[in-house]
Ligand binder design. Sequence first.
Ligand code: NAP
Length: 476
Amino acid sequence: MRTEADKIQNFIDGQFIEPVGGKYLDNIEPATGKSYSQVADSDSRDVDLAVVAAEKAFVDWSCTPAAERSKILLRIADLIERDLEKFARAESIDTGKPLSLARGLDIPRAVANFRFFATAILHTESEAHITDNVAFNYTTRQPRGIAGLISPWNLPLYLLSWKIAPAIAVGNIAIAKPSELTPVTAYMLCEIAQDVVHGTGPNVGAAITAHPKINTISFTGGTVTGRKVAEACAPLFKKVSLELGGKNPNIVFADADLEAAIAGSVRSSFANQGQICLCGSRVFAERSAYKDFVDRFIEKASKLKVGDPLDEKTEQGAIVNKTQLDKIKFYVDLAQEEGGKIALGGKAPKPINDRCRYGYFFPPTIITDLPVSCRTNREEIFGPVITITPFDNEEEVIGYANDTDYGLASSVWTQNLNRAHRVAEQIHTGTVWVNCWLVRDLRVPFGGMKASGVGREGGEEALRFFTEAKNICIAK
Ligand code: NAP
């Protein structure tokens, strides 16, 4: 098993190879701020090589029986699970996330992704439609060819496997481009499976989206990059799925089980240092429960242990890089200029230990007293910074929840079932969690509305995205 200390090369046609240009980038450990490995700084020539290999591989793989493909994916899952601890440690070092989170969430979910799609392809149904006494139609779903999979740094193996598994399960060849900031677990996965070209978004990501032979693009990342991807794909008529940013509302009604709402909200606010696209960064609490909620929420959040990601007790690790840390500080300053009051956190902590002296840490931060429509409440921060705002009634809070360009996910906390249905129906987000957060059944459609994305992943949606439907119509 390769380790995080290696020089991270591309993996093309079953082999680790140097990038054509011979260049490498430093791979920084967020907890220490120091470079600890090198990652290939590839360009369009490497993408070209990957495409040639993928075209060759497609001939056999697309004709491999589903049962055989299924077995191979199950084997990949077993191997990741066998090395779960190594993958979890590598993910923690590479991203700054607590080891316990990588062990409990990221890597098990990568295993589940492979298992889920390995077995899903054994249970798909074919469609037939009879047109009176005129014709008999049936629908075939064939693999599309070469899929370009571009993924971000916040959940590296979790999100990459969420794309790779369905893409290859249905018979495509995947060319993956993980974030250059967090390449290690994709590199480790190559030992087990896949074609991967490492490098920056503008070099490798853009070359993938522009390549005429890559006809399917599944992208997860920020909305600004998503727009560039959409622009590059549109003239080439590529099939595109875009999973983008969020500014998710988390609504707490006074009739909620407050204990559960507070625990759930602290988790949805600060899990992975707030660097999950689904984190609830705008919390709304009904006025009659506002003070109680805010006091207890602050008390619970203040107990989250910020520490070395490799320390088993750590609940809040490091921010992924300095750019992201600076962005978080910028928004905390902006929030104060906009009239916000820092109720918790707001300043980088003292050095955690000697090892982490130069690491990128920021504590859970809670801001109150901001107007709903200010920039802090509208723009994605993607860090451990949330706002809390009071509201007086359902109609008002639905307006607040929808008053954003984004529409990824939301949470509603209430014990009134009718209200739960009513509010869920009116919120413009692709997912609404009621009395929970981040419960992910892999069969359900997943994706965003508005600036949070185009298309859906998950279950049948993913299988359909990665295949081409064809109608065969036979006269009777
Ligand atoms: P990002 O900057 O948009 O990057 C995402 C991926 O795109 C990276 O691999 C990046 O490469 C690559 N890229 C950059 N420029 C590109 C270009 N011109 N063409 C093609 N690819 C390009 O996002 P991020 O900062 O890594 O991730 C955080 C964002 O992802 C947040 O906005 C978050 O909300 C969103 N996100 C959304 C979901 C969802 O399911 N909706 C899930 C997770 C995260 P490099 O970084 O290597 O340069």
